[in-house]
Design a protein around this ligand. Structure first.
Ligand SMILES: O=C(O)c1cc(=O)[nH]c(=O)n1[C@@H]1O[C@H](COP(=O)(O)O)[C@@H](O)[C@H]1O
Length: 273
């Protein structure tokens, strides 16, 4: 999906919500455990109930890899289900990959060609030649970690080298790479005070913003400092939506939780006009 198509979806749905499909078998309704593929059945119900309220789905691959081949199969079925039934949805493989060039090329092939995701999250620690193989795929985005939502972000990302914080160097340097227009960046919702500085470096890029809901980030603050004239934000919530209820009403509860965020987003978008 192109950036323009994503922006069109945001405007149409009045939503820039991304729902994280981080399925933990200990947290899903027990009756689903009796089905052949509980992860897929859970995702399918959540997707069917929420697709009109969100523009993106982000399965975090850890939650699938943890269940071995069965888990990977559930991931494959989930992305195929989205691409077949809701092709307007933007999809993010949250895999946080990145390695020497020929290995990154294989990661890119796995997520873009084999599975058919629109984007993948990538860690930038290994530099330009570890990220560019992802960027060589047409109409696919590479979402690079910039300033993450966790406490450990302060261990390295905000430390200064040569008078500049590392996350700023990462952002600045990456803008000169081949096909840099295909880059998006992860910035945690818990780091709202940093958005003004980040927007000075990447005014036009989309930012994937996890950390609202369970991690305590604030949607209003993120939008106030992080939004650009194309909206430029995908706000992710995983646990806050998908585990809204552990009962038989889990999909309806997820939809209610997504609706609350979508309505808040709609108000924010209306306030910009
Ligand atoms: O890349 C990510 O999506 C990510 C980056 C980050 O800085 N913080 C962060 O929480 N995430 C992911 O976003 C999701 C957040 O989930 P909840 O806290 O349950 O909404 C998880 O899949 C995390 O792995």
């Amino acid at each position: 999906m192109t950036t323009e198509q994503l922006v069109a979806q945001i405007n149409k749905k009045q939503s820039f919500l991304c729902i994280g499909l981080d399925v933990d078998l200990t947290k899903i309704p027990p009756q689903l455990l009796e089905t052949e593929d509980p992860i897929f059945e859970f995702n399918k119900a959540i997707i069917d109930a929420t697709h009109h309220l969100a523009v993106a789905y982000k399965p975090n691959t850890a939650f699938y890899e943890a269940y071995g081949i069965k888990g990977w199969k559930s991931l494959e079925k989930t992305i195929q289900y989205i691409n077949t039934h809701y092709p307007e949805m933007y999809t993010i493989a949250d895999a946080k990959r990145g390695d020497i060039g020929n290995t990154s090329a294989m990661y890119a092939k796995a997520f873009f060609e084999d599975l058919g995701f629109d984007s993948v999250t990538v860690a930038p620690y290994m530099g330009k030649d570890s990220v560019e193989p992802f960027l060589s795929f047409e109409d696919k985005h590479t979402i690079m970690l910039a300033l993450t939502s966790n406490e450990g972000a302060f261990d390295f990302q905000t430390k200064e080298t040569e008078g500049k914080e590392l996350y700023k160097q990462v952002l600045e340097t990456s803008t000169s790479w081949n096909n840099a227009s295909q880059l998006m960046y992860v910035v945690g919702a818990t780091k709202a005070t940093y958005f003004t500085e980040i927007r000075k470096i990447v005014p036009d890029s989309f930012l994937l913003v996890p950390g609202v809901g369970a991690q305590g980030g604030n949607l209003q603050d993120v939008c106030k400092y992080g939004m650009n004239n194309q909206v430029g934000l995908l706000i992710n919530s995983s646990r806050g939506i998908i585990y809204a209820s552990k009962g038989t009403d889990f999909a309806a509860a997820a939809a209610a939780s997504a609706l609350t965020l979508q309505q808040e987003m709609q108000q924010i978008l209306a306030g910009r006009k």
